[in-house]
Design a binder for this molecule. Structure first.
Ligand SMILES: [Zn+2]
Length: 407
């Protein structure tokens, strides 16, 4: 099977994750896919193949040299986004893309157009795998799986490329934030790993937000409005006062790059009680802590104004910037950089404005930056992946394996 054949086979499995199921994997289709992959890895002659009851599939490509080398891993996720159906995916390859509109679905007039998605023009002359406009494609992250499996096959077929022990891991439920959750880092047994789960060619990510969630409950005092003078406290107004005390420009719609924010995500109120929810994000740990302190400070201020117990704050850390875990092992970034260059890919380092499984894995003791898998427009009907991007990603994996042995 070629890389493309493998990818087309993988997207035929419906592995859409479900946030509400409460089990792992969150949908049975992911286990069906995992079992298929397990058989494929067995047929390819990989070793130490295990599939646990939660749908985590691990395998080994043994070292082909006696030189003592670190064990490295490559990871991708089997599920697709809950945002759009991944059932009956019917992909099509647009060969030698001419830079014009691509009609995905004639009956509903769904068009993948460079006027909306200018990135398409970066892939003129390449072969694009697109959807039929009715489902997502699933390049996120089946492109990653196809690239990893194909790279292992390539290494097996090219024994002249010396490499250490390589572990591969395919996990469920990344799209619902639970991919790292039941990932047995000890059993995986790697010194470090890379998730193949980024987008455009060259992407290399090892920084993400520090993240916390805040919930503030404001208590009011309800009195008949006719008799309310100097008695009523309207919790909605108190909440509003609190909201306006936070810097209004430090919000997602006004920030980019390394700028952090307070994001007001919910408000639910009556005179008697109002609940306000925020998420707090910052790449910088010191500024992140300062943002939390600022929330505490403003809650104290409200209580000074309206009386103790008017506002209560619940703060909960959600995840941290993996950079903290990567910095002591910066050579793993250098290797990824060098591998990209060797594969003819210009590295593009980008700070993730969100979290990743890799961040959670990094804090579980497995440093785990993220590398491009080549797909674009994830989570919807306009998703596509250039074949040439997948080939580059596969090449990067092969080069990383070779470079680790060569240092
Ligand atoms: Zn993904």
């Amino acid at each position: 099977m070629t890389l493309v054949e493998r990818f087309l086979k993988y997207v035929s499995f419906d592995t859409q994750a479900n946030e509400d199921s409460g089990v792992t994997p969150s949908t049975p289709g992911q286990m069906v896919f995992a079992k298929y992959l397990k058989e494929e890895l067995e047929a390819l002659g990989l070793e130490e193949i295990t599939l646990d009851e939660n749908g985590y599939l691990f395998a080994t490509l043994p070292a082909n040299t006696d030189k003592p080398l670190p064990v490295i891993g490559f990871i991708a996720h089997m599920d697709t986004s809950p945002d759009m159906s991944g059932k009956d995916v019917s992909p099509r390859i647009v060969e030698n893309y001419d830079g014009k509109d691509i009609l995905l679905c004639a009956e509903q007039n769904i068009v993948l157009s460079p006027s909306q998605f200018p990135e398409l023009l970066d892939h003129k002359g390449e072969d694009l795998i697109v959807t039929n406009g009715k489902t997502l494609l699933g390049a996120d992250d089946k492109a990653g799986i196809a690239e990893i499996v194909s790279a292992m096959v390539y290494l097996k077929e090219h024994p002249e490329i010396k490499h250490g022990k390589i572990r591969i891991g395919f996990n469920p439920d990344e799209e619902i934030g639970l991919g790292a959750h039941k990932f047995d880092v000890e059993k995986f047994g790697c010194d470090w790993a890379y998730t193949m789960d980024g987008g455009e060619v060259g992407e290399l990510e090892f920084e993400n937000f520090n993240a916390a969630a805040a919930k503030i409950v404001f208590k009011g005092r309800n009195v008949h409005p006719g008799y309310a003078k100097n008695k009523m406290i309207n919790s909605i107004r108190v909440a509003n006062r609190f909201i306006t005390m936070l810097p209004t420009h430090e919000a997602p719609e006004h920030t980019e790059g390394y700028e952090g924010f307070y994001h007001l995500i919910g408000i639910n109120g009556e005179v008697e009680q109002t609940t306000v929810s925020y998420i707090i994000r910052d790449h910088n740990r010191t500024r992140f802590e300062a943002r939390k302190k600022e929330m505490e400070h403003l809650v104290r201020k409200i209580n000074d104004e309206y009386g103790l117990g008017t506002a209560t704050l619940e703060l909960r850390d959600q995840y941290y910037n993996m950079r903290e875990q990567i910095e002591p092992v910066m050579h793993i970034i250098d290797i990824a950089f060098a591998a990209m260059k060797a594969a003819g890919v210009e590295p593009r380092v980008k700070a993730i404005r969100g979290g990743t499984d890799g961040a959670q894995l990094s804090f579980k003791g497995l440093p785990c930056p993220n590398i491009f898998a080549g797909g674009l427009n994830f989570h919807g009907r306009y998703e596509f992946v250039p074949v040439q991007s997948m080939e580059k990603a596969m090449n990067v994996i092969v080069k990383i394996a070779a470079l680790v042995a060569d240092r």
